[in-house]
Design a protein around this ligand. Structure first.
Ligand SMILES: Cc1cc2nc3c(=O)[nH]c(=O)nc-3n(C[C@H](O)[C@H](O)[C@H](O)COP(=O)(O)O)c2cc1C
Length: 409
C-alpha cells in the first residue's frame, strides 16, 4: 500500500517481514521506494570502499566456538545508562524516515519499543520529538544533534528534546560537511518530506533541500567547549558520535563526554577511512570502561553484533537495514529487523557459552586479517544462478522425494 506526500510515494504498511537475512531487504526495498530515496539510503561516499569494508572487515575477527559450557537459554537483556533494554541492538539516528514510510520516525520508534531496543532520532527527523515521544510513552530514546552555526536554533532544539523526555544526546561530529555522495548527485536527491525542526524554526525549510545544503547550515567548527555547552543547555548526558581513533576518544572524554560512539557514518563521509570494527579495539582500550561505548557501521549479522560487543561495545547500532524494514513493514518491519539480529545473536551466544551480554564481552575472538570476501550464501537470491532445465533433471511425481529431489529408487 502506498500514500503520497506532494507526489512522493510513501509506504503505509504495518506488517511483520519474513526474511532469511538482512541483506535481502536491500534488494526488496527497491520495490517500494523511488530510486533517489533508495540510493540516498543505500549509498556511501566516493568509491564506497569504506561502506563495503565496514561489513567485510568483520571477517578480520573470528568467533571461537566453546565446548562443554553447560548452559542454555541465553538472554539479550542489558542495561545502558540506567535504561533496561531487551537487546544490545540499537536504532542509529537516520534523517528523514518519511522517505521510507508515511509514519516516519513514529513508526520506527514503535517498532523499537516493541523490540525493547534503544531508539534515537535525528535533528533531520520528519516527525517532531513530541509526536515521537507520545507514540511510545516510557520507551528509551536518545536524540542526535547536528550542531547548527546558529545557537538560537541549538537552544530551541535542545530545550524541546529535554522537555519531550529524551534521555540523552548523540552529538555528531563526523559529518561537518557531507561526504561526496555520487548517488545523490546522479539522482538529484533532495529531501522530499519536511523536516520538523527546520519547519518550526525557519518555516518550511528542509523539504526540497539537498543533503549538501542541509549540512551547510550546520556548524563546521566544533570543539571540546561545545560538548560542555550542549550538556549545560540540555542537562542530558552527551555522547560524541563519530569517533574513529583512540586520540579522539581521549579528546571526547577530556571534554566531558558521557559516552563515546564509534562510527564512520556508515561509510558516507571519508571514503577510504578504516572500517569501524578495525578501529574498535584501540578505541575500547583508550576508553578503558570510563564511559559507555556505542558502535555502528556495517552491522548486518548477529555475529557482527557479537564481535562488536566482544571487542568493547556496550550497544551496537544498525542504520540502513531498519530503514528497509520500515519501508517494507512499517513499525512491525523495524521490529522484524531487530528480531532477526537477535535470533542470529542468540545462536552465537549458545555456541560460545555466553549466557548474558556481559559474558559476550569476555568471549574469545581470534584476529587474522583475512582479505577474504563476505559473499552471501550460494542460495541467496542475489547470487543464485538459474538452475538448468533439462529433460533428465526434472522431478517426476511418483518416484521422487519432492522435498529433496532425491530419487527413491
Ligand atoms: C540514510 C542515512 C541517513 C543518516 N542520517 C544520519 C543523521 O541524520 N545523523 C547521524 O548522526 N547519522 C546519520 N546516519 C548515520 C547512522 O547514524 C549510522 O551511523 C550508519 O547508518 C550506520 O551504518 P549502517 O547503515 O551500515 O548500519 C545516516 C545514515 C544513513 C544510511
Amino acid at each position: 500500500m502506498t500514500s503520497y506526500y506532494n507526489g512522493f510515494p510513501q509506504s503505509d504498511c504495518d506488517k511483520e517481514i519474513s526474511m532469511i537475512n538482512l541483506d535481502e531487504l536491500e534488494e526488496r526495498a527497491k520495490e517500494v521506494m523511488p530510486e533517489g530515496a533508495y540510493y540516498y539510503i543505500a549509498s556511501g561516499s566516493e568509491n564506497e570502499w569504506t561502506w563495503r569494508n565496514n561489513t567485510t572487515a568483520f571477517n578480520h575477527f573470528q568467533i571461537v566456538p566453546r565446548a562443554l559450557t553447560d548452559m542454555d537459554n541465553p538472554s539479550l537483556e542489558t542495561e545502558f545508562m540506567g535504561l533496561k533494554l531487551k537487546t544490545p541492538v540499537m536504532i542509529a539516528p537516520i534523517a528523514c524516515h518519511g522517505i521510507a514510510h508515511k509514519d516516519a520516525e513514529v513508526a520506527t520508534q514503535k517498532g523499537a519499543q516493541a523490540a525493547g531496543a534503544l531508539f534515537s532520532s535525528s535533528t533531520y527527523a520528519n516527525k517532531s520529538v513530541e509526536e515521537i515521544a507520545k507514540a511510545a510513552p516510557g520507551a528509551p530514546r536518545f536524540f542526535q544533534l547536528y550542531l547548527s552555526k546558529d545557537w538560537d536554533f541549538n537552544e530551541m532544539v535542545l530545550t524541546a528534546v529535554k522537555k519531550a523526555g529524551y534521555q540523552g544526546i548523540f552529538l555528531t561530529i563526523d559529518a561537518l560537511v557531507s561526504g561526496f555522495r555520487e548517488a545523490n548527485l546522479r539522482t538529484k536527491f533532495a529531501y522530499p518530506v519536511p523536516l520538523d525542526f527546520f519547519t518550526r524554526y525557519q518555516g518550511g525549510k528542509g523539504e526540497g533541500q539537498t543533503v549538501a545544503q542541509m549540512y551547510a547550515s550546520s556548524a563546521q567548527k566544533i570543539g571540546p567547549a561545545d560538548v560542555q555547552r550542549i550538556k549545560e543547555i540540555s542537562g542530558l548526558p552527551v555522547f560524541v558520535k563519530g569517533i574513529s581513533c583512540a586520540e579522539d576518544a581521549y579528546l571526547a572524554i577530556g571534554a566531558g563526554a558521557d559516552g563515546v560512539y564509534v562510527t564512520n557514518h556508515g561509510g558516507r563521509e571519508v571514503d577510504s577511512g578504516p572500517a569501524t570494527i578495525d578501529v574498535l579495539p584501540e578505541i575500547a582500550k583508550a576508553v578503558n570502561h570510563r564511559v559507555p561505548l556505542i558502535f555502528d557501521s556495517g552491522v548486518r549479522r548477529g555475529s557482527h553484533v557479537f564481535k562488536a560487543l566482544a571487542l568493547g561495545a556496550d550497544l551496537v547500532g544498525i542504520g540502513r537495514p531498519y530503514l528497509y524494514g520500515l519501508a517494507l513493514g512499517g513499525a512491525k518491519g523495524v521490529q522484524s529487523v531487530i528480531e532477526q539480529l537477535n535470533k542470529e545473536l542468540l545462536i552465537d551466544m549458545q555456541l560460545t557459552g555466553c549466557k548474558t551480554v556481559a559474558d559476550i564481552k569476555h568471549a574469545k575472538l581470534t584476529h587474522f586479517d583475512y582479505t577474504a570476501d563476505n559473499l552471501r550464501s550460494n542460495t541467496d537470491p542475489s547470487r543464485i544462478v538459474p538452475y538448468p532445465v533439462t529433460a533428465e533433471n526434472q522431478l517426476q511425481e511418483a518416484d521422487t522425494d519432492t522435498a529433496t529431489g532425491a530419487s527413491q529408487r
